[in-house]
Design a protein around this ligand. Sequence first.
Ligand code: AMP
Length: 506
Amino acid sequence: MNPAEWLARSAVLTPNAPALLLGTRVIADYADLARQAAAIAAGLAARGIRPGARVGVFMTNRPEYLPILYGIWFAGAVAVPVNAKLHPAELAWILENAEAEALFVSDDIAAGLAPPPCTRLIIATGSRDFAALAAHDPLPGPAPMGADDLVWLFYTSGTTGRPKGVGISAGNIIAAVLGYFTDVDAVHAKDATLYAAPMSHGAGLYNFMHVIRGARHVLPESGGFDAGEILTLAPRLGDVHLFAAPTMIRRLVAEAEVQGSNGDGIRSVIYGGGPMYLADIVHAVDVMGARFIQIYGQGESPMTITALPRDLVADRSHPDWQARLGSVGRAFSHMRVWIADAEGREVAPGQPGEILVQGPAVMPGYWRNPEAAAKALRGGWLWTGDIGVMDGAGFVTLHDRSKDVIISGGTNIYPREVEEALLTHPQVAEVAVVGRPHPDWGEEVVAFVISVAGTQPGPAVLDAHCLDRIARFKRPKDYVFLTELPKNNYGKVLKTALRAHWQQAG
Ligand code: AMP
């Protein structure tokens, strides 16, 4: 089934319901949104874009984003959303890899962009060309699509190496959407989803549930994440859902404290995409209450591996509440998650291993990259590259990406555990722990620390703090104090860049 059918259905059922808002201003109802999408689709078809063709979307979070995505799907084509902060050379690489025939660019970033050579049709929003495209007579309905047809090519954020194009099929989207309704949260017609994180990633993937319910889609006027703006908008909109990376939640909570806000108007903050440290989520719930829900997923199983629902995030009555809050929750109801050794054998509960996943959200493969697909999809499982443990009740605690595990003296040390310990120190704002080559031990533990403004925790203080909390051999042998951690465009810490730190330093 073509996901554009969901938009067509809502447009019939609730044509006058507000669909797109810029801030609090309604700019399209469901009838308008569906008409715009169907007209863009007709324009694309008139320019030779056939079902299955790839169409790039290089846009900041703009009101045109959803009409364009749905226009692409109405036409039966495959959307290739690219993070608007990528370098033009990275964009060109992705477009070429995807063999994209067309590209939509938002007008704020179109001006300086040299046309990528491989793509014949480049359309900037706000241009006459775009207006002409959107002026076509709307297609009568979405092109038919089967469950295996691709809907979205999702280029992995690539903290190392070249990104790979994850092929997300219509069936994967349906599985992710139904899983959301079953295991994450309900959505109602009166709700609003606020696009504060890039729509090329998780936030964009979360549009579908809100289209199905005929709910509001809100673009913040800032076009991105602005904690003050979110806290001001939320009470005016009411029933707000948003997807946020853990770094955004830290900023949102800090701003809520400054404003004396408890997050009024925000119903659900779905977080994931990177580690949420225990101290941070405990504090977030203290300040804003039971509004947080965690998901763990990856492009290869979009947003859908495990979930930690709101009641478990907020409940402190269970004897294991801290361990559960530090976990990423339990497998989605329709997904099987298993912790395995290098040969793919299940390990005992509580033992670390690689997280493997099976179920309808798992990608069919990488775009034109069968070698990488054969590595990731083996024995009927998706090998996530994440290391974790599962307890007897099925709660999965993520340790680290397998490549980030530190092996010192033959013993595995999981950076996440050391990071969690350091973050409980009141003078530590952010931390990233990595392994540094060592002649005797193989690797030794080093912590990169951002201290809380106005404080200077010394290594001796942090060392004593760690000794109170974790095994002696796990504590950092060195501390490097930085003013900021290197992060990619989605806010993930680039541990590769940190490891390069001392290589450069000699
Ligand atoms: P991407 O494919 O770019 O979305 O990145 C997916 C990766 O982000 C996963 O394989 C995990 O390493 C990490 N990740 C996703 N969700 C979580 C989470 N809730 N907690 C910790 N790490 C996460």
